[in-house]
Ligand binder design. Structure first.
Ligand SMILES: Cc1cc2nc3c(=O)[nH]c(=O)nc-3n(C[C@H](O)[C@H](O)[C@H](O)COP(=O)(O)OP(=O)(O)OC[C@H]3O[C@@H](n4cnc5c(N)ncnc54)[C@H](O)[C@@H]3O)c2cc1C
Length: 578
């Protein structure tokens, strides 16, 4: 794989560090005898130092993507909410979404159509109840956003209606969008409301280290979550945030791979934290590789939205400028993403190409500038005029279909702990996500969690121990973090990418074991930093991806194995239990 391809190298990320030292983590917590069992609310005065308050929050939401922000706004009417995020509020995949949000809004469309398209993309592995639940709540989710003031693009011929675009795998036009920067428009609208809401405490530049659970505290008679230990990046201190309910809305894990469309914050933290807390994790082998990421040395993780193909963009071999998708699938450029990504990967490997072309220059300049203003401007800034020439593109890791197992209320296996958005595995996506279903999932499940929390009495609350770092020192050699980060992402790309084999997976697992042991030692000896926390989570997530891939003895959806090219007659989820 060429390195001069416009993708981030490991150094482009905030490097992270290694793996989980379960022992270490346990050692940082005082023994359970320090706890006051089931002390009723309100809790002790030393809590929630990060927020400067002595009260527990009703709800701690970890993550400020669409899942986290929409939930915070919904809950804040009646609850006191802490919204925690690693960077600034807009540092999230949600703000990067270009294409839009899928929902049935047109009379010629129907919920049954959307359900069918989702099930087809999911290659037999979707949970039909979850699909139906999300699709049937789709219209209300979009209406909620409209009510918040999101400036969606309106239909040119009927200004009272939203413009609907079409994307790969969708049988109908059903994608609402704000030009080609939907996520940004949505998130910016929500941020305005969040920041001024009296019941929402926004805690930026704080990274959750681990969940505080009864298991961790040695409270054998419960299986509950009480909040999280959180590193305040400015002070370097780890503080305790107690909450009656905790919600993981931490997004995906694209940063496990060398080439990804995801922002730097997508390091699998929620999956790793939930796993350590005792939650089952499912279908982690299904990583969606977006087929068309811009190939240019100065473009970091810049995605060319599916809508370009939806509006007629054609994939071609550079030089010959011949289309190739028809040789791979009768739906050609509109085939589901896994098929398109594999076809590009196949053509690139067969012909020794660094990229292929995505050509939409046959459309009028006016059309392109109106529908894809950001892509037009971005490409032009790099010397590519999409009204006259094709765009060089390659596939890159894009979406984590698997995640923390959660039900239709967003509940996980640990009481009072929820998981929503990309971190979760609800069964909606099955073995492959249908384009633009993920933002929809964030919205539908934030509403479900709001209802579930509202229906419960506030639980009693114990005194939580402070984080103990009295036996660790500051790190002496940070190079181990950047080196291990680099190594991990590279071998995950090479061995656990679009096409897999048993041997490649074994190689990857061997390296993961070595890295884990190094990172555990490091974690046990030094104070936590943002990079160390993230790398520890990345390695944990990589292990779960490889273990899941090894367990699947077939090819299905996004998981393609040369050793098991056939799809088995029955579709079974890969569920790993801690
Ligand atoms: C370039 C791009 C384009 C996309 N386009 C579309 C599209 O058009 N339509 C669509 O439906 N989907 C799209 N997707 C997918 C979609 O954007 C994501 O699936 C969705 O935004 C996930 O939302 P989320 O709220 O679950 O997580 P995110 O939006 O990723 O937010 C996660 C949040 O968690 C925070 N966080 C993570 N770990 C921690 C921690 N340990 N402590 C504190 N905070 C933490 C992060 O800082 C971030 O704020 C796209 C994705 C990308 C990358």
């Amino acid at each position: 794989m060429s390195q001069v391809n416009g993708y981030p190298t490991a150094r482009d990320n905030l490097p992270n560090s290694p793996s989980l030292a379960t022992n270490r983590a346990d050692r940082r917590i005082p023994p359970p005898k320090q706890l006051m069992p089931n002390k009723p609310v309100p809790p002790p005065p030393t809590t929630n130092a990060a927020a400067g308050t002595s009260q527990p929050f009703d709800v701690l939401i970890i993550g400020s993507g669409l899942a986290g922000m929409s939930l915070a706004l919904r809950l804040a009417e009646n609850q006191k909410v802490a919204l925690l995020t690693k960077g600034e509020l807009l540092d999230a995949a949600s703000a990067w979404a270009q294409g839009g949000i899928a929902a049935v809004l047109d009379d010629s469309d129907s919920a049954e159509n959307h359900i069918r398209d989702t099930l087809v993309a999911g290659a037999g592995l979707c949970n039909e109840a979850a699909v139906r639940f999300v699709v049937e709540n789709g219209r209300r989710a979009v209406e909620w956003l409209v009510a918040q003031g999101v400036p969606f693009t309106m239909d040119e011929s009927n200004h009272a209606e939203l413009h609907l675009t079409r994307e790969g795998g969708h049988s109908h036009r059903r994608i609402v969008h704000a030009a080609d920067a939907t996520g940004r428009a949505v998130q910016k609208t929500l941020v305005q409301q969040l920041k001024s809401h009296p019941n929402i405490e926004v805690l930026e530049h704080r990274i959750a280290v681990d969940l505080i659970t009864s298991k961790r505290l040695g409270r054998a008679n419960e299986n509950r979550c009480y909040g999280a230990y959180v590193l305040d990046k400015a002070s370097g201190r780890v503080v305790t945030i107690d909450a009656r309910f905790t919600v993981l809305a931490t997004g995906g894990a694209g940063k496990v791979y060398l080439y990804t469309t995801n922002p730097d914050v997508a390091t699998g933290d929620g999956v790793a934290m939930a796993w350590r807390a005792g939650c089952p994790v499912a279908n982690m082998e299904f990583i969606q590789f977006h087929p068309t990421c811009l190939y240019h040395p100065q473009a970091k993780s810049y995605l060319i939205t599916e809508a370009v193909r939806g509006e007629g963009g054609l994939l071609k071999i550079p030089g010959a400028e011949e289309r190739f998708m028809l040789a791979h699938d009768e739906r050609a450029e509109l085939a589901p993403r896994d098929i398109v990504a594999r076809a590009i990967d196949f053509e690139m490997k067969k012909r020794g190409l660094d990229f292929v072309h995505l050509d939409i220059s046959h459309k009028s300049p006016e059309f392109l500038k109106e529908h894809f203003p950001n892509i037009y401007a971005k490409c032009l800034s790099l010397g590519i005029d999409i009204t006259r020439e094709p765009i060089p593109v390659v596939p890159a890791a894009h979406y984590t279909c698997g995640g923390v197992v959660s039900d239709l209320r967003g509940r996980t296996d640990v009481d009072n702990l929820y998981a929503i958005g990309e971190v979760s595995c609800t069964g909606l996506h099955g073995a492959n996500r249908l384009a633009s279903n993920s933002l929809l999932e964030c919205l539908v499940f934030s509403e479900a969690v709001q209802h579930d929390i509202a229906a419960q009495a506030a639980p009693s609350f114990p005194v939580l121990p402070d984080w103990d770092d009295s036996r660790v020192t500051n790190a002496d050699e940070e190079v181990i973090i950047s080196h291990n980060w680099d190594e991990l992402r590279r071998f995950m790309w090479d061995y656990v990418g679009i096409v897999r084999t048993d041997k490649r997976l074994e190689r990857a697992m061997h390296r993961i074991n070595l890295l884990k042991s190094e990172i555990n030692d490091y974690y046990a000896s030094f104070r936590v930093t943002n990079d160390l926390i993230e790398l520890r989570n990345l390695v944990q997530t990589a292990e779960l991806i490889v273990r899941s891939a090894m367990a699947r003895k077939e090819s299905r959806g996004l998981h393609y194995s040369l050793d098991y090219p056939a799809t088995l007659p029955s579709a079974i989820d890969t569920v790993l239990k801690p």
